[in-house]
Design a protein around this ligand. Sequence first.
Ligand code: URA
Length: 209
Amino acid sequence: MENVKILEHPLLQHKISRLRDETTGTNEFRALVEEIAMLMGYEALNDLPTENVEVKTPIETCKTPMLSGRKLAVVPILRAGLGMVGGITALVPTAKIGHIGLCRNEETHQPEEYYCKLPDTIGERQVVVVDPMLATGGSAIAAINFIKKHGGKNIKFLCIIAAPEGVRVLHRSHPDVQIYVGHLDRELNEDAYICPGLGDAGDRIFGTR
Ligand code: URA
């Protein structure tokens, strides 16, 4: 699928395996989510524009590339997405951070926003939406609908583990969005958990399990 990239780096896979282990505790889990987000961000941001600027080294003056132009907005989907923010801002400290909180409407079963705050300049920024788990795709689609409604145009979506169903529906709804997946798992179970997955990412990040 165009615009869907499954990442395969051994360091990433090792860290994802540590996340899956049910004996991995909250501290390590949280640190791993951040490290994985950083590795994924490194890959996903490899098209950020640069321009040559003049720098004086201790030896001589040279023209050397620095980030230019498009600024970043990181948008975590609450609550588990929060765990990935630090990994991206470690790479790009000037990034602005938006938040999207979604819950399920018990009558319509559709995701609804309960808290959304995006940077005013979202339309001028490279938007990176983060959520560790892409399960049914419902939250990711709703979050991206919301971002587009507010003018967001250049959008990438980063998830650590995805179900094939989630990738398919997200890609179908938003074919322009580049989707980066740390590992593509087998399937969703009847409770919409990813198998083999890692359980509830939010509970494991925040120790609420
Ligand atoms: N969200 C999670 O945290 N885990 C899953 O397996 C699916 C969605």
